[in-house]
Write a protein that binds this ligand. Structure first.
Ligand code: NAD
Length: 480
């Protein structure tokens, strides 16, 4: 953490290398004097201070990105691929440091931090090196040659819940496509973004092609989203902020990608392996302390097996001991928000069968919430409609498949989901009727190359794999 930094006056070493913004290939002092305190959510201690960049800093970063764009766009895709490959190798080599950083600023348990927060983005970065190398950036359609060209300067705004994955899911395809990028990471988790900037620098990403401005959403995020020098805004975060960003992008007629919230359904059909479906479903919700946009937070079970499912889910929750397998929430604010939803569930008449709003026992510090399971949840209840973003599972009974489908599709969201059936055919037939962007069939595993994104208010556009690359390209047709 002692990266070299440069200022207009020459070279200087900033405190722990963290007190700078990465602009035009160098760490430089922010124009803004304000700092963001980064807090370890397990200890509640301040572990670092980073610049809270403002509109002047964003402007400097966008100018650097604009200046670097023509050169990077004209760089052969194979050369861009080599740079991404070098970055993926560096990331693999820094697995421990990445995991420790995410544990420190997000609170993720160390094993989960290594296996998911470090390994997943490393794999995604590697996949874009391959895609850049193999992608057909030109195609022939009749008498035309169609060129797939970079969209331009990308403003990327990311949340804290998978802090490196969400950064890589934007920056890797953008760089593969030939775009230049200004990244504004979440204020709660800027440290892993700084680590990533150092990795890209070491991998040989040319100056200005990637820029990092840490800062708060309404200042730096807004300045980036509204900057006329940004050709495309790619945002992951809450639906409320996504709506504002989409409106601003619409007004400026610029491309926008929005990855927003979710309230995904885990549909367990009659004849499915109930114990497996409930246990995998509970693990899906409690992973990352429930701070997963695609989490299957509504479990739908046929009325005949409902009570059995409730018992299984309550037993599964007991295994997620706060402070061990279950990390804290990212901040005191999130903890209060989640506890508020748990109280609301009780008020609206749902039955708590595990957890509850009280603080977990035996923990002197940390923003922990007890893993909570609600039974007797009706589809119209707040806890069955709104995204809670905490370790809270709602079990909803259904009468028949039509009822299950109506409930599954009965929210404003449509990001992910799961279906468990007696066989694949039954589950796939149900999944085809779901209004959602991803469905795992009978325990199908996450595929980092499959398009990820939402139907309805879960978003606009797709990330990951070739579909994620296409988001950062625009076409030009040459007629012969
Ligand atoms: P958030 O919307 O508050 O913040 C996300 C990012 O936007 C942060 O970098 C923040 O600084 C910035 N921001 C905030 N206000 C802004 C503004 N006015 N203008 C520009 N930028 C602004 O969301 P959060 O609380 O950090 O993240 C949780 C949310 O993200 C959840 O709703 C979750 O479902 C969603 N999410 C979605 C996906 C997905 O892929 N669909 C993935 C992860 C998280």
């Amino acid at each position: 953490m002692d990266g070299r930094t440069e200022t207009a006056g020459g070279s200087a070493r900033f405190h722990e290398g963290r007190d700078g913004l990465y602009i035009n290939g160098a760490w430089r002092t922010a124009a803004a004097a304000e700092r963001i305190e980064v807090v370890d959510p397990a200890t509640e201690q301040v572990i670092a201070r980073v610049p809270a960049g403002d509109a002047r800093d964003v402007d400097a970063a966008v100018q650097a990105a604009r200046a670097a764009l023509p050169g990077w766009a004209a760089t052969a895709p194979a050369r861009r691929a080599s740079v991404l490959e070098a970055a993926a190798e560096l990331m693999a080599g820094q697995r421990e440091e990445i995991a420790a950083t995410v544990t420190a600023e997000l609170g993720a348990p160390p094993a989960f931090a290594a296996a998911v927060h470090a390994d997943l983005p490393t794999a995604v970065l590697g996949s874009y090196a391959e895609l850049a190398r193999g992608h057909a950036f030109e195609e022939r359609i009749g008498s035309s040659t169609v060129l797939h060209e970079p969209v331009g300067v990308v403003g990327a705004i990311t949340p804290w819940n998978y802090p490196l994955h969400q950064v890589v899911a934007k920056v890797a395809p953008a760089l593969a496509a030939g775009c230049s990028v200004v990244l504004k990471p979440a204020e709660d988790t800027p440290l892993v973004a700084q680590l990533f900037a150092r990795i890209l620098d070491e991998a040989g990403v040319p100056a200005g092609v990637f820029n990092l401005v840490t800062g708060v959403g309404p200042v730096a995020g807004r300045a980036l989203a509204e900057h006329p020098g940004v050709d495309m805004v790619s945002f992951t975060g809450s639906t409320a902020v996504g709506r504002q960003i989409g409106a601003a992008a619409g007004g400026a007629v610029k491309r926008v990608a929005l990855e927003l919230g979710g309230k995904s359904a885990n549909v367990i059909l009659p004849g499915a392996d109930l114990a497996r479906a409930v246990n995998v479903g509970a693990a899906n919700v409690f992973a990352n302390s429930g701070q997963t946009c695609s989490a299957w937070t509504r479990m739908l079970v046929d009325a005949a097996r409902y009570e059995q499912a409730v018992e299984l889910a309550a037993a599964a929750a007991e295994k997620y001991v706060p402070g061990e397998r279950l990390g804290p929430l990212v901040s005191a604010e999130q903890r209060e928000r989640v506890r508020g939803y748990i109280r609301k569930g009780v008020e609206e008449g749902a039955r708590v069968v595990a957890g509850g709003p009280e603080a977990p026992e035996g923990l002197a510090s940390g923003y922990y919430v007890r893993p909570t399971v609600f039974a007797d949840v009706r589809p119209e209840m707040t806890i069955a409609q709104e995204e809670i973003f905490g370790p809270v599972l709602a079990l909803i009974p259904y009468q028949d498949e039509e009822d299950a489908l109506r409930i599954a599709n009965g929210t404003v969201y449509g990001l992910a989901g799961a279906v468990w059936g007696a066989d694949q055919e039954q589950a796939v037939a149900f999944a085809r009727r779901m209004d959602t962007g991803q469905v795992d069939i009978n325990g199908g595993r996450f595929n980092p190359l499959a398009p990820f994104g939402g139907y309805k208010q879960s978003g606009v556009g797709r990330e990951l794999g070739p579909h994620g690359l296409a988001e950062y390209l625009q076409t030009k047709s040459l007629q012969f």
